[in-house]
Design a protein around this ligand. Structure first.
Ligand code: PMP
Length: 361
């Protein structure tokens, strides 16, 4: 361990849950509802299933290292050039490539308290200094983040909506922040939950790249597009940035199945629309329950709701598990009194509500 870089020594392991089938066996449960990882409850798009089956014949070949078709479609949909796109094995990969490209062990990386766990992870893996700025009302304190910039700051991560809080920054707030950040600092705007934001409230973030060449937008196919297991994400940036990201990126970081699935699901408009509708319905189901039962929650723009359940959150998590409902404790995010519940299908949400009523009713 003495050989390991000091940042890496401080890393805590990613808290992944046990496989659902294993939990089910251990706890002797007939049925388990998983509302823990902000996945899409609809199941895979039927169009994707068909396309993947056809793709199986080609698995003997290497994937297309440049992701020609997916990049072309993404460029078209975002009104950018293909040279502005970097593909990732999930957006986590994109975040890591970004950190490795721009940050060294002498540098500082800023993010908010309660920020997505991968930001400190990729920062510390390099040996750079993570600077977590205290949150305001669980969300980003953009003034505080701007004030935290020093001449060592290389990168700022902002998730909008944020995970695990679901908080959302307005277009005006982000724009004002970008004006304050020197162009020598890369701002990564992580829009993993972008599709769940009502269209009228979404920031024209990709358009801003012209004005702020230090801005990088990160998106994923894991949430509203329902491809979490396939690992597909991408960044949109200035061509100069994408050029270096693509040099650092492993040539086959997206495999043939994830490339095909992402390309096909982008045109499955009915699937996306249904995902967004099911989410809105489920969100209301959960917020209605919280309001009726007197639980505070953090209003969420994502596909999850973070609920204040009190100081015994970890215990409640365990009790819910024994009722066959898996949610996510967020103690590691400095939210020891909350549980994060992903929005499921109506019956899955109901299973959570029923278990909560039984345990805390
Ligand atoms: N950013 C945020 C804010 C997230 O919540 C997640 C998923 N939990 C990701 C990025 C990464 O998702 P993926 O690697 O599956 O694209």
């Amino acid at each position: 361990l003495s050989l390991v870089n000091p940042g890496v020594k401080q890393l805590r392991p990613y808290q992944a849950g046990k496989p659902v089938s294993e939990l089910q066996r251990e706890l002797g449960l007939q049925h388990v509802v998983k509302l823990a990882s902000n996945e899409n409850p609809l199941g895979l798009s039927e169009k994707v299933k068909t396309a993947l089956e056809a793709e199986l014949n080609d698995l003997v070949r290497y994937p297309d290292a440049n992701g020609y078709y997916l990049k072309s479609r993404l460029a078209e949909l975002n009104s950018v050039t293909t040279q502005q796109i970097t593909l990732g094995n999930g957006s986590n990969d994109v975040l890591e490539i970004l950190a490795r490209t721009f940050v060294s062990d002498q540098d500082e990386v800023i993010f908010s308290q309660h920020a997505f766990v991968v930001y400190p992870l990729v920062t510390q893996a390099i040996g750079a200094k993570p600077v977590a700025v205290p949150a305001v009302d669980y969300g980003h304190d953009l003034d505080g983040m701007a004030a935290a910039i020093t001449d060592k700051t290389k990168m700022i991560f902002i998730a909008n909506p944020n995970n695990p809080t679901g908080t959302f920054l307005t277009t005006a707030a982000i724009k004002a922040f970008l004006d304050k950040v020197p162009q020598s600092v890369i701002v990564v705007l992580d829009e993993a939950y972008y599709e769940y934001v009502p269209e009228g409230e979404r920031a024209p973030s990709v358009e801003w790249i012209k004005e702020y060449p230090n801005l990088v937008i990160s998106r994923t196919f894991s949430k509203a597009y329902g491809l979490a297991g396939l690992r597909a994400g991408y960044a949109v940036s200035h061509e100069g940035i994408a050029d270096v990201l693509n040099r650092i990126r492993q040539p086959f970081n997206m495999n043939s199945l994830s490339l095909k699935a992402a390309e096909v699901v982008l045109d499955d408009h009915a699937y996306l629309q249904k995902a967004v509708e099911v989410n809105a319905h489920g969100m209301k189901q959960l917020t209605d329950f919280c309001e009726g039962a007197g639980f505070n929650y953090i209003p969420s723009y994502g596909n999850f709701l973070t609920i204040e359940v009190g100081p015994d959150a970890e215990k409640l998590y365990d009790e819910l598990l024994h009722e066959g409902v898996i949610v996510r404790p967020v103690t590691g995010y400095e939210l020891p009194n909350h549980l994060r519940v992903s929005i499921g299908l109506p019956a899955e949400n109901e299973a959570f509500i029923k278990a909560m009523k039984k345990l805390r009713g």
